[in-house]
Design a protein around this ligand. Structure first.
Ligand code: G4P
Ligand code: NA
Ligand code: NA
Length: 189
């Protein structure tokens, strides 16, 4: 998506060879016009898969998942992060490691919000190692819902997350793919 790539080049801050800061548009401040266009593009890409629902995880996935769901005219669910180890009986929860943060977090979705056979489109802002996406996929599997595809705003293709999910035969669409952040340079592929 050219508009997103252009905005990334304008406002992106290369924090390290691994991490790109997009606090001006996605992760802290939100650019609503851009996010609306991104949702429109995800809706265009995935409409044919007939999603019943869009799923993401708080917090930065929410705006993009919301505009995607708005364009598809379906509900959006965001997995919550829980700090306690005790979960309600009626939730699907998964433990997700974060290599960049060096911590483990729990994500959970109320079982009332994911139904057997429901067609789920997964949306997230970044994919790095793919742990968050794989955690959400395990939740979808637990609910016996059906994953129709994964939409990622920014895929860092030098990390394994996107390819690890594609290897399972799952359709992954990224709006911007970054092949390198070396030497402070943002390189797309
Ligand atoms: P993974 O899920 O793909 O394995 O990624 P990882 O654990 O490394 O990422 C942990 C958090 O960092 C996630 O946000 C993810 O979206 C974000 N992240 C990963 N790489 C980048 C990057 O290069 N730039 C930015 N800005 N974020 C990145 P989170 O913990 O879910 O936080 P939130 O922002 O959704 O609240
Ligand atoms: Na994030
Ligand atoms: Na995220």
């Amino acid at each position: 998506m050219e508009l997103l790539k252009q905005r990334i080049l304008e406002v992106g801050v290369v924090v390290s060879d691994q991490v790109l800061k997009l606090d001006a548009i996605l992760n802290h401040q939100v650019d609503p016009v851009l996010i609306m266009e991104m949702g429109k593009e995800f809706a265009r890409l995935f409409r044919e898969t007939k999603p019943d629902k869009v799923l993401t995880v708080e917090s930065s996935g929410i705006p993009i998942a919301y505009t995607t769901a708005l364009h598809l005219e379906v509900p959006m669910v965001f997995a919550r992060r829980k700090k306690t180890l005790t979960m309600d009986q009626d939730t699907y929860s998964e433990r997700v490691p974060s290599f960049t943060k060096g911590i483990v977090t729990d994500i959970m979705v109320s079982s009332h919000l994911l139904h057997k056979g429901e067609r789920i489109l997964l949306i997230d802002d970044f994919i790095a190692n793919g742990d968050a996406a794989r955690g959400l996929i395990r939740i979808i599997e637990k609910a016996e819902a059906e994953l129709v595809g994964v939409g990622i705003a920014v895929e860092k293709s030098f990390q394994a997350g996107g390819s690890s999910i594609r290897e399972r035969g799952i359709r992954v669409e990224s709006l911007a793919r970054i092949s390198s952040l070396a030497n402070g340079q943002i390189t797309f592929n």
